[in-house]
Design a protein around this ligand. Sequence first.
Ligand SMILES: [Fe+2]
Ligand SMILES: [Fe+2]
Length: 199
Amino acid sequence: MSLHLGRTTFGNIINKENVLSKEEAEKIFTTWVLNPKLRLHMKQVAYLMKCWAAEKLNATETTQWKWEMAGLLHDADWDQWPDLHCQKIIEELEARNIDPEIIRAIASHGHTHFGVEPETEMDKMLYAFDELSGLIHAYSLMRPNGYEGMEVKGVNKRLKEKIFAANVSREDINDACQRANIALNDLIAFIIPRQAMVK
Ligand SMILES: [Fe+2]
Ligand SMILES: [Fe+2]
């Protein structure tokens, strides 16, 4: 099964700045995604994206929501239509005339699968947060106090254990850090306290 999208341009530039309302995004999220674990993952990535836009880019609320929306919907079709991941959500957002920047970020969150290289900062951060966030969450679940007291070095240890969260690609994590030009430890330190807030 190939998830290759077969194209590298998405949406229409005339729709720049068009976003879903929070209610519209929430509706897709709750009707398309039934698996509570996947929901939590998507909410975590959404919050990390929003925090990055707010804290690192000093972005306006509208831009913060664009980043958050990309995170919130990046795996929207994975639960019920895994063979169509992420084609289905892309087509939905294109039909709703959504800003191409958001659609492109979603399309590039797994370049080895979808054949779309992460290019913009939004693309790169979604790609970087996606896998690392999952590994850090898996680590929190095996710690008696969850995220409390979690340190960067503990995450580093888990990263070195190939059997821990074995489905999380260490190669992708390193590749994402290089592309985003961010040190792995800084990214881990950014994720831990923020992800801890998402329930
Ligand atoms: Fe995905
Ligand atoms: Fe994901």
